[in-house]
Design a protein around this ligand. Structure first.
Ligand code: DQQ
Length: 514
């Protein structure tokens, strides 16, 4: 339906978010009962995180258009209301007063049959245009850029009748993709970055300009990668031939470009002159391979906050059977570290989740021994550990361990190889889950202690090392007693100066309420 202002109105069912977890066909009473039984099943699932943001059920992937608006944080995300598999992308929506506690809101975007997004509303961003919240996203197939606006404080969204607003890549360009718009304002003009690339050459970001978000003129490439080029940084990485989800923003006296390279999330820091971005330093925003499609926002405190999709590490069949897949990362506040590298740390709001606290100082840990801390258990914890690595080969934490150590996961800093690792070989007795080690380069300066901050939330691990390296991973322990915590020192001498452990409270016991 087209309304008088030229915007398409979505169907009432979609606006009300009623498609969440409702099976196709069947009567309302049966649907309702199915919801209740699904709700019980999800609440009892030991692998389902309890304090990370995720949809009430079903599939989610990329964060989309995170934005702070009228005192609330808004998060949209790629969402399939029909099950725990990646099809028919919608935009799910949640709101939060504090970055931590979320309320599910009606689905924001759904594919319109016969429209330019008939096969899916893919990733994009949110801006406020003369007081009107506006989403710019990719419709498929083919990949085109579309617009939708809200005039009721983001509860419902109307698609622009003239969609798509950018119908194709610049003429003559044979691109590997054309998607995931990122829009910002400079003086009285809008700028649009679109993720793309050229086969055999490298990823790239196309730059457009507009006065009204509707009529866009192509300018040039904001930035171009070369497949094999490695820039200095924490983990020099080849950036591939397609850059997804570009995110471009000022950070202190630099500019940052974050792209997802169909492998890793890569950030570049550099200069932005005459509307060209020149990277000077590059690295991985996360050293694991479970974190992807990151997008950032600013809030009223002026913070730059990054979110990412934490994907699953188990089979498609296991995901479908579970009835849910995909988790939103914790927020990461970005700043520039004194040496010019990117610093990343969870904002202090997370502390609101803290419950019971235990602290240990100067814990005796024998190299190579297996011992778990007595009385410290859990799969919903925040752990801070400070180590003097001394002459050890590696130091770190053992988490989610059974008393007999048959299931256990190690999060270690290997001093000799200069790596931060999540070692998952024994993380589960199940054969159906990923077990490879994940991690990448991380080194400490002379006399610097290792400050490890680890968030455990059922199957999710998010680890921060000295606020400059992040490592996200997934584990699926099979035994209910995989809850133990211990310290690791491998050969040589090291000291565990202090260990703090908090139990973290769940954020939303009633996840199906929308
Ligand atoms: N996911 C979206 C795309 C994007 C990709 C589709 C990145 O827009 O390029 O769900 O994970």
């Amino acid at each position: 339906m087209v309304n008088r202002r030229g915007f398409l109105t979505l169907s009432a069912a979609t606006l009300l978010g009623r498609r969440i977890a409702l099976p196709r066909g069947g009567n309302m009473r049966a649907d309702h009962m199915k919801n209740e039984s699904l709700q019980k099943k999800l609440a009892a699932d030991p692998q389902r995180p309890r304090y990370h943001l995720m949809p009430p059920a079903n599939w989610m992937n990329d964060p989309n258009g995170p934005i702070f608006w009228k005192g609330q944080y808004h998060m949209f995300y790629q969402y399939n209301p029909n099950g725990a598999f990646p099809e028919s992308m919608h935009w799910g929506h949640a709101g939060s007063p504090d970055l931590v506690h979320w309320k599910h809101l009606p689905i924001a975007l759904a594919p319109t049959p016969g429209g330019p997004d008939k096969d899916g509303c893919w990733s994009g961003c949110a801006v406020v245009d003369r007081g009107v919240p506006t989403l710019i996203y990719t419709g498929v197939f083919p990949q085109v850029q579309c617009l939708a606006r809200s005039e009721d404080d983001m509860m419902t969204w109307r698609k622009f009748a003239g969609n798509p607003v950018v119908a194709a890549p610049p003429e003559g360009m044979e691109t590997t993709g054309f998607r995931d718009p990122c829009v910002w304002r400079e003086a009285d003009e809008w700028f649009l970055a679109i993720g793309s690339g050229i086969k055999g050459q490298g990823g790239m970001v196309l730059l457009y300009r507009s006065k009204d978000l509707v009529q866009w003129d192509y300018l040039h490439l904001l930035c171009k990668g070369r497949k094999e080029e490695l820039l200095p940084g924490n983990d020099p990485v080849s950036t591939g031939e397609m850059w997804e989800c570009p995110d471009f923003f000022p950070l202190a006296d630099k500019h940052a470009l974050i792209v997802s390279t169909q492998g890793a999330v890569v950030f570049s820091l550099g200069s932005y002159v005459n509307r060209y971005f020149r990277p000077e330093l590059q690295g991985k925003a996360d050293l694991g391979d479970s974190y992807y499609a990151a997008r950032s926002m600013t809030d009223e405190k002026g913070r730059r906050i990054l979110w990412g999709w934490i994907r699953e590490g188990r089979s498609d069949a296991a995901q479908r059977a579970a009835g849910w897949a995909g988790v939103m990362s914790l927020p990461r506040a970005l700043t520039l570290a004194p040496g010019g590298m990117l610093a990343m740390a969870p904002p202090s709001e997370i502390e609101a989740l803290r419950g019971k606290h235990q602290r240990f100082e100067n814990l005796p840990v024998l190299p190579g021994s297996f011992s778990l801390l007595k009385g410290v258990r859990g799969d919903g914890l925040e752990i801070h550990a400070e180590f003097e690595p001394g002459t050890s080969e590696a130091v770190g934490l053992m988490v989610r361990s059974t008393p007999d150590g048959k299931e256990q996961t190690s999060i270690t800093y290997n001093r000799t190889s200069g790596q931060l690792l999540v070692e998952r070989e024994h993380s589960s007795l199940s054969l159906d889950v990923d077990r490879g080690s994940q991690g990448g380069p991380f080194t400490l300066a002379e006399n610097e202690t290792l400050k490890l901050r680890v968030f455990l939330d059922a199957s999710v691990i998010e680890a921060f090392a000295n606020d400059r390296a992040c490592l996200t991973s997934r584990i699926y322990p099979s035994r209910p007693d995989s809850l133990g915590l211990g310290a690791i020192i491998r050969s040589g001498k090291a000291r565990l100066k202090a260990l703090d452990v908090w139990e973290l409270r769940p954020i939303s016991p009633d996840r199906l309420t929308t």
